[in-house]
Write a protein that binds this ligand. Structure first.
Ligand code: AP5
Ligand code: ZN
Length: 214
């Protein structure tokens, strides 16, 4: 299965991605996670990406494309993958198409998670992530058993630096300007499945599986 999860910040891409990769046994490739790992490890790439991420802007295309295609060349992607947060511009999508074509591969489906802006803001500002393992929670919707502590590993839960209200709003605006055109792009390619991402997460997952096939 070769698939992309599209959708605005806070639509639930990361949350659903965890469930999708488990069911279909494919690697989860999140460009956002790759950048955050690099920031944590203090790499040059991390330093470059951080400047943009902290403002809620997109990291420059060329940097992202190189990272994503390097990752797609790894052995575990031979039989499928889930891309989360990539592509994010029409230019990135064109480069991905060219890459897949050059490797004799084709996308099966693009899942577009749709959620209204008010709900996105509630989800983003209420999100807490585990400093140690990256697991994601929500203070109201998906609270951890013990406040501030990760259920899975006992790590400390923190707010992502780009989840404050001002930066979150900017990320949504950037999505509408630069990423939303991809909905049309994949619709025209006959690949798009639009899913309501505002439903409870088990329902959203069922709808995604129905679109991808068992
Ligand atoms: P990235 O890490 O990709 O972030 P994003 O797209 O902004 O998406 P989020 O991780 O914020 O949201 P999500 O949809 O995964 O939602 P989640 O499941 O956590 O990118 C970060 C930055 O990196 C970008 O701003 C950019 O600078 C850079 N970058 C990355 N890729 C790039 C690219 N290709 N090109 C250029 N730059 C790039 O859910 C959100 C919250 O809601 C959680 O608290 C969750 O618990 C809760 N929730 C989820 N689903 C439900 C539900 N059904 N019901 C109730 N609550 C729910
Ligand atoms: Zn954890």
């Amino acid at each position: 299965l070769r698939t992309i999860l599209l959708g605005p910040p806070g639509a639930g891409k990361g949350t659903q991605a965890e469930k999708i990769v488990e069911k279909y046994n494919i690697p989860h490739i999140s460009t956002g996670d790759i950048f955050r790992d690099n920031i944590k490890n203090g790499t040059e790439l991390g330093k470059k990406a951080q400047e943009y991420m902290n403002k809620g802007e997109l990291v420059p295309d060329d940097l992202v494309i190189e990272i994503a295609t390097d990752r797609l060349l790894k052995d575990d992607c031979k039989n499928g993958f889930l891309l989360d947060g990539f592509p994010r511009t029409v230019y990135q999508a064109e480069k991905l198409d060219a890459f897949l074509e050059a490797h004799g591969q084709e996308l099966d489906k693009v899942i577009d998670l749709e959620v209204g802006e008010d709900l996105l803001m509630i989800r983003l500002t209420g999100r807490r992530v585990c400093k140690a393992c990256g697991a994601s929670y929500h203070v109201v919707n998906i609270p951890p058993k013990k406040e501030g502590i990760c259920d899975k590993c006992g790590g400390e839960l923190i707010q992502r630096p780009d989840d404050n209200a001002e930066t979150a709003k900017n990320r949504i605006d950037v999505y509408n300007e630069q990423t939303r055109p991809l909905v049309d792009y994949y619709e025209k390619a006959g690949k798009l499945a639009s899913i309501d991402g505002s439903t409870p997460l088990e329902q959203t997952f069922k709808d995604i599986v129905a679109a991808l096939g068992e």
